[in-house]
Write a protein that binds this ligand. Sequence first.
Ligand SMILES: [Mn+2]
Length: 369
Amino acid sequence: MISPEICFGADALSSHPKKHPHLDQLLETAMPVRLDSSSKVLILSDLHMGNGGRLDEFRHNSGLVKTMLERFYLPEQYSLVLNGDIEELFKFSFESIHSRWGDFYDLFAAFRNNGFFWKTYGNHDAALLDNKGYPLASSLVESLKFQYGNDTLLLFHGHQAALFLWQTCSLLSRAIIFFLRYIAKPTGIKNFSVAYNNRRRFAIEKAIYEFSNQSRVVSIIGHTHRPLFESLSKGDYLNYRIEDLCRGYSAADEEERSAIELKIVELKRELNECYRKGKAIGLRSGIYNNITIPSVFNSGCTIGKRSITALEIEGGMIRLVYWYNGRQDRNYISERDNSPMELESTGYSRIVLNEDSLDYVFSRLRLLA
Ligand SMILES: [Mn+2]
């Protein structure tokens, strides 16, 4: 293991070594946007829109995305941030994407009337910076900072952390660079997306997590395709729920008592499962002594099978939501006991997987980081 001091040379000799200079710079140059407790914002990422053919990962969920934007978020006065990798330019030309999904551009831009519309670029759509005719060009930025009172939420796609990782002197990174430059390309492995590689995405999340705690900001990313909502940990939440039910038990009548007993059995089973998988939860282990600091959120992606995850900011709350076709099984279980809400009679439903107030999130960050 190479220590950061060796990696960062002279910089590490100063009294406040900057561990993630690339991300610090991203924070400095981010486009500022002021939010308050009445703001409503939807954050989506990783649509990976293609040409409508078999390899187009957006195809399955295009109906869901269009319906929820047109019939829920637009009329509900949400602003919109598309947090990178909206077009899949590694596989398709912009012309072919635009000819299939062109109607989405007007829909995205319509959110400007609700407040704002911004798009950050990711690794799969960064090439659009050079496209003079790109319809969303005036909304395209590398990063955004939401200023909420004295606190800051930084929105960026997340691949920037990988650029940073490649610049470090770790042997692993050098091996990856060597692989990409000299082996991967000539044999035609072009799509070296990090999305499906657990170790790589953990490394990216960890770098962003460290940076966020150091800078006392909340980062909102995409890129890894893994929804993240690290606030009160699931284990803590389940313990809290069990505690609460035990306290209510003595005052409950016969019928309520049996319902409470059943609920506790179920929660205990979930809690055991949670501890059993504890190590895999990753961000909670290590230098922060298992205390959860809610400094990284990820909107997830829209390329699941007929379901998507997204982040909402509304009424001073931040929420991870899951939209799915109600006629099919859900892949996710809510950590917060919420029931699904069907959007009119569209067949599409929304469930809140997790939520907390921004004030609570920033208090935890200030007190624990
Ligand atoms: Mn990406």
